[in-house]
Design a protein around this ligand. Structure first.
Ligand SMILES: *Cc1c(COP(=O)(O)O)cnc(C)c1O
Length: 813
């Protein structure tokens, strides 16, 4: 079994997958990438016989159905897709990449062509020598960019920037804001657009999020969701009145496609607003008002760039990695030539001026794009733009759009149809996937891009946290995005969060990228999958099988007793005495630890020697099991007097080094470093924590794991299997007896009489414990926490340095 089934790590996962199948009886498994690609062509694939055939057959049957279905024709560039994936994206083996809205992938052929060009050529600074003034390839890149939008250098400037964000900022800082102007933006906008309002507010302009809808006469109504002004300038915006001679210059910003949901917006707004035919706040735009449109096309250009010959937005922002993956750090701002005069640049830098005088305030800006591009352009990256467009041109945007939308439609339908055994929905999908479903603004929301934003629900209609989806997906090589994706307006809109709730959630500790995914029963973000031009049916199918396998409840849970409360109220029938059955120390982060015989010192920084060392590569980055699997084969031990560390690994002569501080410690690091380098096959060194304080543990504190809880996760009660599984959680303290998950309700634990520890928090788990245990946690528990982190700090009664003894009785409160 390989491909997606094998996840990221190779053989290790294979075992896990085999186990999970027998344990949990997952029927279909994760067949996607294991299918033989390119065999037999469309719809007539023949599948190899073998152990996997049931799942493979099911998948092949689903594929056939998809290809023969409504949009099957649109899929796959006339049968080219599988060959393209094999030849140009071979690195995706084992990965189901579904974050093209985050960044799409470059083709390996495209990359080789770019690197080949760099390898063969001598490039100098474009301001030097023969290439002075930009050089042909810049102009070609500008022309190709403009042509993507169906326009030319006659109507637009194409200014290169470091990306869409920089483009938006450039407009924000150059726009002639005044107390007479307004900045209106749809609620669905990227943070990089919202940030423009700081420039507006600074100049006492009015700023507001708006909704756009179509009136019965077909005109757009733009209505503020509440005006904004700075609390620091009370009354602002009240005294000033529009009109009265002075012309007001205003900016309206919206995305062609939402990066949160993939909803596409009606670009007619561009013409309507520029022609002053919209109503703003119920009133037709007056003659003294001039409106400019800032179009964020960063997401739309992934598969469907707007046609600027039809919808001539004034300013358009893009990033190239969203279109063809490479290079990153390069984007463009398209400026309509007619509208360019309104922008007032402040800064100038190298390359942007024709002349400037050091002793006097005298300079003349360059015309055209040069006047906007400060400093030396990323000329090497620009060389890559050509290959990127070449890649797209081979397929054409129309075919890319057909292909990705066929996949999106199929996946969204399947998700929409998914039901738990009691008939409740599994997926709450956001966007416009089922036309006319829940919108009254159909005229502004006109389509759906290749994005599916959603949250998952249990059969009791409670939400599954997005973090859980991310972690379980990651363990299968599925790359997706969770959270609000830098689009707070769309996020809160779909999730029904008021600005108050968002602020309250933040004040009670939630911020972007953290794991507080459900607060007060409401999700704080969503899961997003998105397709790119090289996405396949198998990607979609693997993802759907992931949802079916992990989140679809096929039968009523036998008992609900583990799913209530914070992470389950536990049945609290204590079975027998609790005892400390094992103490484990892991001297080197990510390597094997050893079991303590007798007793062991514990202090505020944890167990003596625990995670005292870590292995770093040449650049100083700390190596982990995730990156270097071989580290799991390095065993560690110390001698009885705790003065010598012993390292061992298969095929190596064991290394003994003294660990009694002083001058010896650098000798230890040197010898251990070269021993480890030779075993791990890469140059590395041993890092030591500064002195007594601190260790290299990620989570902080000592991890307590209960055997009973582990037993509860396993399919059958086999003591050997329990003991083995316990070690996969890498506990410091293993306790025996009591009831499963009882430890989660403790706040204080004592081992014997001498040592008391405080609970820091529960330990969030990732794929490192193995997919079987992770899946079992998912089935049995509300979140993926397992084990409790304890710390001596704040222990009060405990001595600053105490010893814990194996076999001690465990008491808790
Ligand atoms: C990605 C994205 C941005 C930001 O682009 P950067 O490359 O991070 O500058 C802005 N808006 C939308 C709609 C996007 O998808």
């Amino acid at each position: 079994m390989d491909g997606v089934l094998a996840g990221k790590g190779g053989e290790w996962w294979v075992e896990v997958v085999a186990t999970v199948r027998s344990w949990l009886g997952l029927v279909a498994g994760w067949k996607g990438a294991a299918m033989e690609r390119g065999k037999g062509g469309r719809g007539v694939a023949s599948w190899p016989e073998g152990e996997e055939e049931e799942g493979l057959e099911a998948s092949s049957w689903r594929k056939r159905e998809f290809l023969e279905g409504r949009r099957g024709e649109a899929y796959g560039y006339g049968g080219e897709i599988d060959a393209m994936r094999a030849a140009e994206f071979s690195r995706l083996k084992g990965t189901v990449y579904l974050d093209h809205a985050g960044a799409t992938l470059y083709s390996e052929v495209q990359l080789r062509k770019c690197l080949g060009k760099l390898e063969r050529s001598v490039f100098s600074n474009p301001h030097s020598g023969s290439s002075k003034g930009g050089g042909g390839s810049f102009e070609a890149a500008r022309a190709a960019t403009l042509s993507m939008f169906n326009t030319t250098g006659e109507d637009y400037y194409c200014v290169f920037t470091s990306g869409a964000t920089a483009s938006l900022k450039l407009v924000g800082e150059s726009f002639p804001w005044s107390a007479q102007s307004s900045f209106l933006y749809t609620k669905d906008n990227h943070n990089s657009v919202l940030g423009v309002r700081n420039y507006a507010l600074d100049q006492e302009s009015e700023a507001a999020a708006v909704s756009v809808s179509a009136g019965s006469d077909g005109r757009f109504d733009i209505d503020a969701l509440g005006p904004l002004s700075r609390p620091s300038s009370p009354g602002r915006g009240r005294s000033k009145r529009r009109g009265g001679g002075g012309k007001s210059v205003n900016l309206f910003a919206f995305p062609a496609e939402s990066n949160f949901s993939g909803v596409r917006y009606n670009l007619d707004v561009v013409n309507e607003l520029r022609g002053r035919r919209c109503r703003i706040g119920g009133r037709t735009i007056g003659g003294g008002q001039e409106w400019f449109v800032l179009l964020d096309a960063a997401k739309a250009c992934c598969t469907s760039p707007p046609d600027l010959s039809k919808y001539p937005a004034d300013f358009v922002a893009i990033s190239f990695y969203k279109i063809f993956g490479y290079p990153s750090g390069l984007g463009a701002l398209l400026i309509r030539k007619d509208s360019a005069k309104v922008l007032q640049r402040k800064y100038y830098g190298g390359g942007t001026v024709k002349v400037s005088v050091a002793e006097e305030d005298y300079f003349r800006r360059r015309d055209e794009e040069d006047g906007w591009e400060d400093g030396t352009l990323p000329f090497l990256s620009l060389e890559a733009v050509h290959e990127g467009f070449e890649q797209i041109r081979k397929l054409s945007f129309q075919k890319i759009e057909d292909h990705t939308s066929a996949l999106t439609e199929y996946t969204a339908r399947e998700m929409d149809a998914m039901r738990h055994c009691n008939g409740e929905r599994v997926c709450e999908i956001y966007g416009r996937h089922t036309p006319g479903s829940k919108d009254t603004k159909a005229a502004f929301e006109v389509g759906q891009g290749p994005v599916i934003a959603f949250n998952l629900m249990r059969s009791d209609s409670s939400y599954v946290g997005y973090k859980k989806v991310e972690t379980l997906g990651e363990a299968r090589g599925i790359v997706l995005r969770t959270g609000c994706h830098c689009n707070p307006g769309a996020c809160s809109g779909f999730l029904g969060l008021t600005p108050e709730e968002t602020r309250l959630n933040f004040e009670s500790g939630h911020s972007c990228w953290d794991d507080k995914d459900v607060m007060n029963g409401k999700p704080t973000g969503a899961v997003r999958i998105s397709f790119g031009y090289m996405s396949t049916f198998e990607d979609a199918d693997s993802f759907l099988e992931f949802l079916r396998g992990c989140f679809l409840e096929r039968q009523e849970p036998l008992s609900r007793d583990l799913t209530g409360g914070a992470n389950g109220t536990t049945t609290s029938t204590t079975t027998g005495e609790l005892a400390l059955s094992g103490i484990f120390v892991y001297p080197i982060k990510s390597c094997q630890g050893f079991r303590v015989r007798g007793s062991w010192p514990v202090s505020e920084s944890g167990l003596f020697l625990d995670r005292r060392w870590a292995i770093a590569d040449e650049s100083g980055a700390i190596l982990t099991q995730k990156k270097v699997r071989e580290m799991t084969q390095v065993s560690t031990d110390v001698d009885a007097s705790r003065t010598e560390l012993v390292l061992d690994a298969p095929g190596m002569v064991p290394l003994k080094v003294s660990i009694v501080g002083g001058a010896d410690s650098s000798a230890l690091r040197e010898r251990a470093g070269s021993w480890l380098s030779s075993f791990l096959g890469r140059k590395c060194r041993l890092l030591e924590t500064s002195c007594d304080g601190g260790n290299f543990s990620n989570q902080g504190g000592c991890l307590l794991v209960s055997e009973e809880s582990v037993r509860n996760l396993l399919p059958d009660d086999d003591q050997e299997a329990v003991s083995k599984a316990c070690m996969r959680f890498r506990p410091n303290f293993l306790v025996k007896g009591g009831a499963p998950f009882q430890e989660e309700s403790w706040t204080r634990v004592s081992f014997g009489k001498a040592v008391g520890l405080e609970k820091v928090r529960e330990c969030g788990r990732c794929g490192m414990i193995g997919r079987d245990l992770l899946d079992s946690l998912n089935k049995k528990r509300k979140n993926l926490n397992f084990g409790v982190l304890l710390s001596l700090s704040g222990g009060g009664a405990a001595a600053p340095q105490a010893e814990v003894a194996e076999g001690s009785s465990v008491t808790f409160s």
